[in-house]
Design a protein around this ligand. Structure first.
Ligand code: AGP
Length: 608
């Protein structure tokens, strides 16, 4: 996610802005920049780490006691100096930093080009600088208000002008922005850590609020332009806690970010008021699709488990045969890949070498490649013919959580998109699935409310050394992901098994007290799963079931049940995984493990 900082006061702005940006580095970024205000605005911005920006700034003396800064997590446009923020208008008299998505930026850009504006970047943010300039008529705040009436999307942005160097104007809509209140100086930032070394007195901007920040005055306005009085909070977090938004670990923060990650990944693509699915960057045509005889999916780890869900979604919605392969095995098991293949590559980091090598193998055999990636401009993204980005924001914890659920969300969009191209689903079926997809964030939120129930179960069973995850169909794919979550952060040995397969050998390992986690999100497989639970119970297992809330009978066979809100079985993995993420997290925390950085593991495995 991008990071915004701002300062206005009596000290030099550059060091304050750099320190604030440094505190936001954990959010992940690929470029950084500052704009120092005054009678003339000076902008310095560079691709790469903050150290690149700092090095350039240290070689010159940018004088000024107000300014804005930004670390960019690319959404529109590759990481580059030109795409880095701040962005300016034609004269350079207005500078903007922005976090979020301006959904209708293309229409506005076309309008402004007609009015004579020239654009130098591929970003949606640059539109803001020109648009504010277009409306500017001696009052920066009023110009910003006029822009807010025209733009759509989710955003937090800050703007300065050389005509009004005594203020920073900032707004918030669905993206965080806070104001730090100092003595004779004030601060703005995307997140509390950026200002904690300067002040612990914070104002939290609410939805659609606008703030005019001067060095000795802050005025807040609501959406209709009325002045609002706001409560000032004193933050008593320490800095490292603040970087995790108050959560003890990044992993728990990212588990809780899943409703937003899923919502953002659907943004502007899955809309009730528009038919079908809008994937404007996908160039795969119906013509090409007609020639595709088989789809291959390649990935590693969690992304591979998402690929297993993708197989069922794609086959059920498009009728095209799909094979899923672990990337490191792909070159040995898929000799049939050819120019009539579509290879879908899934990777959160976009840098996993096993996956990249499999991609190159597929291309060598003539296959078209479409990747589902979270990191803009990553190697796998750049090597693909098409990229469908997830919008989970940076995933810091080694164990993937919001990366997985946003991959599933992207996969469903792709399956529906291909089904529309092929005509393999009726419009009614497509709209019905879309409507169910749009409910997913609130269903995840419902499970997050059960956090304490799951935590107490985890504390009770944290000392176990073996766990079996059982599921059928999609629930087997879910079992694999639940099992990986547990073992990679708690170091408890666990394995996922197709529930029907257990009796063919492995059930010999089930002895009194063995913990089994049975997953029941697939209504059509309910009866069979109930018998599998009875099977292991008969051998003395302790069974924790994860079931849909209308499967009440499970309580009579399992020892403990965590219910998930009713969800369309085809989409159930997005919701069903959340209790298992929380279970793994709390068991690992209870065992004192390094949850965010488990032993032997890296966030991105760039070795084969
Ligand atoms: C998942 O929790 C692990 N961190 C790991 O399995 C990961 O999913 C795998 O290395 C693939 O990473 P990628 O999605 O970045 O390619």
């Amino acid at each position: 996610m991008c990071g915004i900082v701002g300062y206005i006061g009596g000290n030099q702005a550059v060091p304050v802005l750099l320190e604030g940006l440094k505190k936001l580095e954990y959010r992940g970024y690929d470029s950084a920049g500052v704009a120092i205000g005054g009678s003339r605005i000076c902008v310095r911005k560079y691709k790469g780490r903050l150290s690149v920006l700092a090095k350039h700034l240290s070689s010159e003396n940018l004088d000024g006691t107000m300014g804005i800064g930004h670390t960019r997590w690319a959404t529109h446009g590759e990481p580059s100096d030109m795409n880095a923020h701040p962005h300016i208008n034609k004269t350079g008299g207005i500078a903007v930093v922005h976090n979020g998505i301006i959904e209708n930026y293309m229409q506005i850009k076309a309008f402004l080009i007609e009015k004579g504006c020239t654009f130098v970047s591929e970003t949606d943010t640059e539109v803001l600088a020109h648009y504010i300039d277009y409306f500017y008529d001696g009052d920066l705040t009023e110009a910003v208000r006029k822009v807010l009436r025209e733009i759509r999307g989710s955003y937090a942005f800050a703007v300065i002008s050389d005509k009004e160097p005594d203020r920073i104007v900032c707004v918030k809509k669905e993206n965080p922005l806070i104001i730090g209140a100092g003595e004779g100086e004030n601060f703005i930032a995307s997140d509390i850590p950026a200002v904690l070394n300067q002040t612990r007195n914070i104002y939290l901007l609410e939805e659609n609020e606008l703030a005019v920040v001067k060095k000795d005055q802050i005025i807040f306005y609501n959406e209709s332009g009325g002045v609002v009085e706001k409560e000032k909070f004193e933050i008593n977090w320490d800095v490292s806690a603040a970087e995790k938004g108050g959560y003890e670990h990044f992993m728990l923060k990212e588990i809780h970010e899943q409703p937003k990650a899923v919502r953002d990944t659907m943004y502007a693509r899955v809309k009730r008021e528009e038919p079908g699915i809008k994937l404007d960057k996908i160039t795969l045509t119906n013509e090409m699709l007609r020639k595709i005889s088989r789809i291959y999916i390649v990935a590693c780890g969690t992304a591979y488990h998402a690929g297993m869900v993708a197989k069922q979604a794609l086959e059920n919605m498009t009728g095209i045969p799909v094979e899923v392969a672990i990337a490191s095995e792909f070159r040995y098991v898929c000799p049939t890949v050819n120019r009539d293949s579509l290879t879908i590559v899934i990777s959160q980091s976009g840098e996993t070498l096993d996956t990249l090598m499999a991609l190159k193998e597929a291309k060598k055999k003539g296959s078209r490649v479409l990747s589902i990636v979270n990191v803009q401009g990553s190697t796998i993204a750049r090597e693909s013919d098409d990229v469908l980005y997830t919008r989970a924001g940076p995933e810091i914890a080694v164990a993937s959580t919001k990366g997985y659920t946003s991959q599933l969300t992207a996969i469903y969009q792709l399956a529906l998109y291909l089904a529309c191209l092929k005509g393999s689903l009726s419009e009614t079926e497509i709209e019905e699935i879309k409507s169910e997809m749009l409910k997913l964030p609130e269903k995840i939120e419902k499970i997050l409310e059960k956090q304490e129930e799951i935590r107490s179960f985890a504390k009770q069973y944290a000392s176990i050394e073996d766990v079996f995850y059982l599921g059928r169909g999609l629930d087997y794919a879910l079992a694999l992901e639940g099992s990986l979550k547990l073992k990679e952060i708690s170091y408890i040995h666990s394995e996922a098994y197709p529930a029907g397969e257990l009796k063919h050998g492995t059930i010999a390992l089930i002895v009194p007290g063995t913990v089994v986690i049975a997953i029941l999100t697939q209504n059509a497989l309910y009866e069979k799963m109930i018998s599998n639970i009875r099977e292991v119970k008969a051998r003395g297992a302790f069974v924790l079931a994860i079931a849909q809330e209308d499967m009440g009978e499970v309580e009579s066979v399992a020892d403990h049940v965590i219910f998930i809100p009713r969800v369309d079985a085809r989409l159930a993995p997005v919701v069903g995984i959340v209790p298992m993420q929380l279970l793994a997290y709390y068991m690992a925390a209870e065992r004192g493990c390094d949850v965010d950085k488990p032993r032997n593991l890296a966030k991105s495995v760039t070795v084969e």
